[in-house]
Design a protein around this ligand. Structure first.
Ligand SMILES: [Zn+2]
Length: 322
């Protein structure tokens, strides 16, 4: 794929078609790095794909992108964030519930998906693209015992509490641990991989009979994409190689043996306030701290409406192995 120069020769990473519609010229806006990147919509499945990915993406992932300690200093803010994170996983805790309403943690909504997947404390859970394992550590704190993360960009293997982190691709892990997990999750990482079909197939291969697969991913099209186009914060050029459409993702999953069980749009306030920063040519790294409560409140209202209409800019999909 990376050798392809003529865009018509590029196959859709989601459905395999080679017919591209509307183009978007985008810039890297999270850190303000140089370059221009062309995205196009697949006319067959509606997914949005980067047609000219850089040969080397490493410069677009600045050092410190992953952290093992999560910067937890034990102070009040850290404890409130931890409570919000626990609430996301367990659905319990008054402080955590209030904190999660103000600032949704990465674990937001997880307890409902864990319940739907039938994942009890003894379930064998794998997080694909785990980074330093922040989500898995929240699951550890909530009582889950068998937790594994896999990420090719880790510095090495590591163990944090009951969380085992493996420096590996999911495809490599699938060759060693076929059928070894009850729940395999991928949270906002599928859009970063060069071969999402292979990634989903490996996730399917890692599932025990009756196992579940949870995919959380940005989606195209969406109200945010329509409104903000190349300034849409979740385009995240050039790190997002492909942003699947809902129907494209579900069809791709079916091809590798994953049947849709349940799904919902779970887009957040940042789709508005982040994109508004980009409209003003302010990077996320420079402007995120200065965004006020009102702007975030506007974003939350937009997100609630978009999610209800299934036009949010991200979604969660629970599949079962078939
Ligand atoms: Zn397609």
């Amino acid at each position: 794929m990376s050798e392809a120069t003529a865009s018509d020769a590029v196959a859709c990473l989601v459905c395999g078609a080679r017919a591209w519609g509307a183009r978007l010229e985008a810039r890297e806006r999270q850190f303000g790095l140089p370059g221009s990147f062309t995205y196009a919509t697949c006319t067959a499945c509606g997914s949005l794909q980067l047609l000219d990915p850089p040969a080397d993406l490493a410069p677009y992932y600045p050092s410190g992108y992953y952290s093992f300690d999560g910067g937890d200093d034990g102070g009040l803010v850290a404890r409130i964030k931890a409570a919000a994170s626990r609430y996301g996983v367990t659905g319990h805790g008054i402080v955590g519930r209030a904190a999660a309403m103000v600032a949704p943690p990465p674990t937001a909504g997880m307890h409902a998906w864990l319940a739907r997947a039938g994942a009890t404390a003894t379930a064998r859970i794998l997080d694909v693209g785990s980074g330093g394992g922040a989500l898995l550590r929240a699951l550890d704190a909530a009582g889950y015992a068998h937790l594994t993360g896999v990420d090719p960009f880790l510095g090495g293997d590591a163990r944090v509490g009951r969380v085992s982190l493996r420096r590996s691709t999911v495809e490599q892990l699938a060759r060693e641990a076929h059928g070894a997990f009850d729940l395999v999750m991928i949270h906002h990482a599928l859009e970063h991989v060069p071969a999402p079909r292979e990634t989903l197939a490996a996730m399917r291969a890692l599932l025990a009979p009756g196992g579940h697969c949870l995919v959380r991913v940005p989606l195209a099209p969406s109200w945010a994409l329509e409104r903000y186009a190349d300034r849409w914060v979740q385009l995240d050029a050039p790190r997002h190689l492909v942003i699947p459409s809902e129907r494209g993702l579900v069809a791709l999953a079916a091809e590798v043996g994953l049947a849709l069980d349940a799904s919902r749009h779970d887009s957040e306030a940042i789709q508005v306030w982040g994109s508004e920063l980009y409209r003003r040519d302010v990077t996320l790294s420079a402007g995120a701290r200065e965004v006020g409560w009102l702007a975030k409140q506007r974003g939350r209202r937009f997100a609630r409406r978009a999610n209800a209409a299934r036009r949010g800019d991200q979604g969660a999909f629970l599949f079962r192995a078939v």
